[in-house]
Design a protein around this ligand. Structure first.
Ligand SMILES: *[C@@H]1O[C@H](CO)[C@@H](O)[C@H](O)[C@H]1NC(C)=O
Ligand SMILES: *[C@@H]1O[C@H](CO)[C@@H](O)[C@H](O)[C@H]1NC(C)=O
Ligand SMILES: *[C@@H]1O[C@H](CO)[C@@H](O)[C@H](O)[C@H]1NC(C)=O
Ligand SMILES: *[C@@H]1O[C@H](CO)[C@@H](O)[C@H](O)[C@H]1NC(C)=O
Ligand SMILES: *[C@@H]1O[C@H](CO)[C@@H](O)[C@H](O)[C@H]1NC(C)=O
Ligand SMILES: *[C@@H]1O[C@H](CO)[C@@H](O)[C@H](O)[C@H]1NC(C)=O
Ligand SMILES: *[C@@H]1O[C@H](CO)[C@@H](O)[C@H](O)[C@H]1NC(C)=O
Ligand SMILES: *[C@@H]1O[C@H](CO)[C@@H](O)[C@H](O)[C@H]1NC(C)=O
Ligand SMILES: *[C@@H]1O[C@H](CO)[C@@H](O)[C@H](O)[C@H]1NC(C)=O
Ligand SMILES: *[C@@H]1O[C@H](CO)[C@@H](O)[C@H](O)[C@H]1NC(C)=O
Ligand SMILES: *[C@@H]1O[C@H](CO)[C@@H](O)[C@H](O)[C@H]1NC(C)=O
Ligand SMILES: *[C@@H]1O[C@H](CO)[C@@H](O)[C@H](O)[C@H]1NC(C)=O
Length: 696
């Protein structure tokens, strides 16, 4: 028993490792501290058991596979292995497991973040609680530029605090920049993707220059003059300029020295102002740009000559000769006045170069007749000349050939006797280059454009515009317009109070307007004439091409109408009476008189009766009647016969009346006279009576 156990352990050591046919799924485990993990172990040999080892509870399995699962991985030091027992021997394979933890915090710090040019400083990055530190990389960034990377070899598996240090020498160009550090865990292909990383807050750096340039940067034309002051406030052991043109030797007395060149002809010049102090030397590069505007700028159509075809691609080339620095050059392409494209260059070369930027265009009909040009501009910043120097090429005229297009494809209304060639085919209605041939067809037959259109030629026509690049066509509705025409009867009859309808056929396009005049006065439509409206009317038809008129006799048919006459007649007995009755009507009415239901006279439009020596038997109602096929009408005349009364009778009555009045007055006078003889007391009474009498 003891021996066999010993034997097994010997065999175990012999067969473990690469020779042991154990497979893990997944092959390798990368797990975040606290997360769950699950791994299967299997073998392809006949065996008596598979077992997981390396932690508190072992897992035995006799089938082909053994699963190990942990819900929450909290054991930093765990080292699981899988064992297979076969033919009384066993072999073992260790599982590669990495347990990681991203840092709790990453922070960047420095002793002072106010730095002095040329001095050395340390930046510190603190990474708290990260595991495994072996897989940690600390990256240092200045702005967006990766400056440095640091890795760690410590094999500790548990979380640690670690620090990375970056040494920098303060430079004036660092003023205002941000430094930051990033802690990244590189956990291989099995680990989380992208690798987990924690970045610090940025650290703002302020750098004090001990040297000051005035101006701070220079932009100078090649061959131009330049003068820059370099000054300091610190006590020093010498200050000077180092430059391939106009160097200034070390000067111990002054705090300000000037670099001066009257004609700068060195493209690569790098002037440095330096200062000696505290046993160190600090030098600052003067930012300098030397420029040259292009000698010439020209535009051409690269490998192509002549007109362009629509939809084909062409290259326009701009030749910019002898310009520096090309990095600050912008080539702008213009189509007419529209900026089409801008091109900039990254070549850092400082000496003059020739450059030929290319613009690809797809020829379009809108390009026809357009001018392209290119402009080379040097953008040299605020210190450079203002406005930025620019050279523009001569314009390049573009000719594009394209198939015709008909824009004006509308209804067309020409005047009669126009020809199709008068159709407005101006520059705007049909565009084509070269200009288009116009042809016409109607139905399936083609037409000669110079024939005259007459009034029956309205309809749909097809216009086709063609040149060697194609053809387009469209259908046009043509309406031939012509002046009005009237075809009427000479005269016209209409019954009174019925709607007047035009007794004519009217022709003309656009449809003529019709007017009817009676004695020069316009008759408004609708028109229902009255019985007395018969007249010679004037009918006119007019449209934009003219007017025609036609005299039109209109006869109104109407029922009889009596002429106005007083119908009450008084006659003295024995007098003569003449009764006249007349009427009008169309057609002429038939008339008659009737008295006491007997017709006594008939006639045409005027009937008369005479009664001689009228007696009372002649009095009564006389009826005058008129009729035609449009109606019947009658009028009553009442005749009164008066008996004779002599004027002598009237005179006798008058005399009698006067006598009675006279007698009354005499009686009254007598009465008044008698009363006057009585006392005055009664006088008032008499007066009152008198008054009442006279009132009577
Ligand atoms: C392990 O095996 C079990 C059962 O065969 C399966 O359900 C599981 O998905 C496997 N796990 C892995 C990680 O392959
Ligand atoms: C697994 O097998 C071993 C050896 O046969 C045995 O000693 C152990 O008790 C078993 N463990 C379990 C959990 O069954
Ligand atoms: C186990 O023994 C059998 C029969 O004796 C043999 O065929 C097989 O190869 C052996 N397996 C190993 C892994 O030695
Ligand atoms: C890491 O630093 C944190 C906070 O400073 C501290 O709480 C922790 O104990 C430190 N861990 C180690 C391993 O030193
Ligand atoms: C962790 O780092 C070590 C050492 O660089 C490396 O061998 C190992 O593969 C890394 N682990 C992962 C999961 O990438
Ligand atoms: C440079 O310094 C000199 C002497 O102090 C002064 O006259 C000149 O104006 C300064 N030049 C500039 C550009 O400030
Ligand atoms: C030097 O001192 C002057 C006046 O105090 C100040 O304006 C200037 O910025 C200082 N220059 C430097 C390089 O510190
Ligand atoms: C020239 O161009 C470069 C790159 O675009 C730019 O950094 C630089 O400031 C420009 N120089 C001037 C004087 O503007
Ligand atoms: C245009 O018309 C002329 C004269 O009819 C003819 O010679 C020419 O070939 C035509 N062009 C096209 C493109 O049809
Ligand atoms: C022409 O006019 C007719 C009748 O008004 C109409 O049906 C047809 O659609 C028109 N055709 C065109 C091309 O406008
Ligand atoms: C009829 O009317 C037209 C237009 O108002 C006028 O020109 C013409 O002389 C008139 N004709 C007659 C006969 O009145
Ligand atoms: C009436 O007419 C008769 C015959 O014409 C005539 O003789 C007579 O004098 C007339 N009487 C009066 C009063 O006019």
């Amino acid at each position: 028993m003891l021996l066999s156990h010993l034997l097994i352990s010997i065999l175990l050591t012999l067969t473990h490792g690469d020779d042991c046919p154990i497979f893990f799924d997944p092959l390798e485990v990368v797990v975040k501290y606290g997360d769950s993990v699950s791994v299967n172990c299997s073998t392809d040999i006949p065996h008596q058991g598979l077992r997981w080892e390396g932690f508190n509870t072992e897992i035995n399995m006799t089938e082909g596979r053994s699963s190990w699962t942990v819900d929450e991985m909290t054991d930093w030091e765990i080292q699981p292995s899988c064992v297979v027992i076969s033919n009384e021997t066993q072999c073992l394979q260790k599982l590669t497991i990495t347990i990681y933890k991203t840092p709790d915090s990453v922070s960047i710090s420095t002793g002072d973040n106010i730095m002095i040019e040329c001095s050395t400083y340390e930046l510190q990055c603190d990474v708290v609680n990260v595991a495994p530190v072996q897989n940690l990389t600390v990256k240092w960034y200045k702005g967006e530029t990766l400056m440095h990377k640091e890795t760690f070899t410590d094999p500790t598996k548990t979380p640690v605090n670690t620090t990375s240090i970056l040494q920098i020498t303060a430079d004036r160009s660092d003023d205002g920049v941000q430094y930051r550090c990033e802690a990244e865990l590189e956990l291989g292909a099995e680990g989380p993707q992208p690798p987990p990383a924690v970045t610090s807050e940025p650290l703002n750096i302020v750098v004090y220059s001990i040297l000051q340039f005035n101006p701070q940067r220079v932009v100078v034309r090649y061959g131009g003059s330049v003068s820059v002051n370099c000054s300091t406030n610190i006590t020093h052991k010498g200050i000077g300029w180092e430059a391939s043109e106009g160097p200034v030797p070390t000067n111990r007395e002054q705090n300000l020295i000037t670099w001066r060149v009257s004609s700068l002809r060195e493209w690569d010049i790098k002037p440095i102002c330096y200062i000696n102090y505290d046993r160190t030397q600090c030098g600052s590069n003067l930012p300098i740009t030397i420029y040259k505007t292009p000698e010439s700028v020209s535009i051409n159509t690269a490998d192509h000559t002549g007109p362009m075809n629509e939809f084909s691609t062409y290259k326009l080339q701009c030749d910019v000769v002898n310009v520096a620095p090309v990095q600050n050059l912008t080539v702008k392409w213009y189509k007419g006045e529209t900026l089409m494209h801008k091109e900039t260059f990254t070549d850092p070369i400082k000496t003059p170069v020739n450059t030929t930027p290319i613009l690809q265009i797809t020829a379009d009909r809108s390009d026809d007749g357009v001018q392209y040009r290119c402009e080379a501009e040097l953008e040299l910043g605020a210190e450079g000349p203002q406005p930025p120097p620019a050279v523009t090429s001569e314009p390049l005229n573009i000719v594009v050939y394209y198939k015709p297009q008909i824009y004006f494809c509308n209804h067309w209304a020409p005047k009669i006797e126009s020809t199709l060639s008068l159709y407005p085919t101006s520059y705007y209605s049909i565009v084509a280059n070269p200009s288009a041939n116009i042809s016409w067809s109607r139905g399936s037959s083609s037409l000669n454009a110079s024939i005259f259109l007459d009034k029956y030629d309205s309809g749909e026509y097809k216009i086709t515009a063609s040149n060697e690049h194609g053809a387009s066509s469209c259908i046009i509705n043509i309406t031939v317009e012509y002046p009005p025409g009237l075809n009427c009867n000479e005269s016209f009859q209409i019954q009174e109070r019925t709607l007047f309808k035009l007794p004519c056929s009217v022709d003309g396009v656009p449809e003529p307007g019709i007017s009817l005049y009676k004695n020069g006065k316009l008759i408004p439509f609708p028109y229902s004439p009255s019985w007395n409206d018969s007249a010679l009317y004037n009918l006119t038809a007019s449209n934009k091409y003219g007017s025609v008129y036609h005299p039109l006799q209109i006869n109104i048919l109407y029922a009889p109408v009596f002429d106005p006459i007083n119908g009450n007649i008084e006659v003295v007995a024995d007098g003569n009476i003449t009764l006249n009755c007349s009427s009008s009507g169309n057609p002429e009415p038939h008339m008659w008189w009737s008295f006491k239901n007997a017709n006594i006279s008939t006639g045409g439009r005027h009937v008369t009766i005479n009664i001689l020596k009228a007696t009372s038997t002649d009095s009564g109602e006389y009826i005058c009647s008129a009729t035609n096929r449009f109606g019947h009408n009658s009028k009553t005349f009442s005749v009164e016969i008066k008996e004779n009364s002599s004027p002598r009778h009237i005179f006798a009555v008058y005399i009698l009346f006067v006598l009675i009045a006279l007698i009354l007055i005499i009686l009254l006078c007598l009465y008044v006279w008698r009363k006057r003889k009585s006392s005055g007391r009664y006088q008032i009474q008499t007066d009152q009576e008198l008054r009442s009498l006279s009132n009577r």
